[in-house]
Design a protein around this ligand. Sequence first.
Ligand code: SF4
Ligand code: SF4
Length: 313
Amino acid sequence: MLYQQLGNTPYRVSRLCFGSLTVGPLQANLPVKEGAAVLRYALEQGINFIDSAKIYETYPYIREALKGWSKEVIITSKSYDYEYEGMKKTVEEARQALNRDKIEIFMLHEQESALTLKGHWPAIEYLLEAKAKNIIGAVGVSTHYIACVKAAAEIPEIEVIHPMLNMAGRGIADGSIEEMAAAVKLAYEKGKGIYGMKAIGGGTLNAKAKEALKWAFSFPYAHAIAVGMQTKEEVANNICWLLGEESPYEKQVKKKNRHLLIEEYCEGCGNCVARCGQNALRLVNGKATVDPEKCVLCAYCSEVCPYFYIRIV
Ligand code: SF4
Ligand code: SF4
């Protein structure tokens, strides 16, 4: 495994970060023991960096995988809270669910700009207080926006940035991959810990996965790259690609591109349309319709459909 110091944080992280969204209820929905076994295998291969979020509902997998594990693990989580009390409750819930005194990195989820960061400042104030009490180790933001990366780069309290970063620029909400790369470089040079998001475009670049991961791992201004993995073979394969080695698992892990399925029974309530931060959904003739060019397969819309009519397949 390769490791790097995550910017100015005290954490030395594996360059391949285990994105836990994909094993959980919003995506593969693996039984907890099964998903935890994949994660445990990743730990055994040297991965020490795990990405999670309140809405992913993957804390049980992480907790199970860490049973009896004594080596250092850096866990990130994130939430949409914007108020002090809400964030406090969320961090406490995470500590309990993960059975840990300290969450290494806690972040604001899906921030857009200097304005949204300002609007969430009471939540950041709680995180700073939690850091002073050693309840968390560093404060961060996740974002699909270049504007947010630029804004966060200038805010000393924000130490970690988790930006949308893939060779095709999929999912970047306000510009090109070149512009995002320039913003990330700026943040990196200011000492921010950078770990990239959706290097394979959330699965939309699966057909070019090797090229996409090679691009991400060689991007010089990211300390780590988070990749969602669902099997031990995927973990082993991605480690080979990180190390620049041929992978014996390549054929096994080659998957067809995934897409968003909206059932014909859709009742047009609009919940999913309102939830999609990528502006990829709209109602047409009373039914939700997706623009595949904009969809990054994050599955956040699945969470709000009262009837389970929208999901990734
Ligand atoms: S349509 Fe759903 S899966 Fe696609 S980007 Fe929007 S919220 Fe994510
Ligand atoms: S949330 Fe479900 S029912 Fe409502 S518009 Fe979306 S897919 Fe249709």
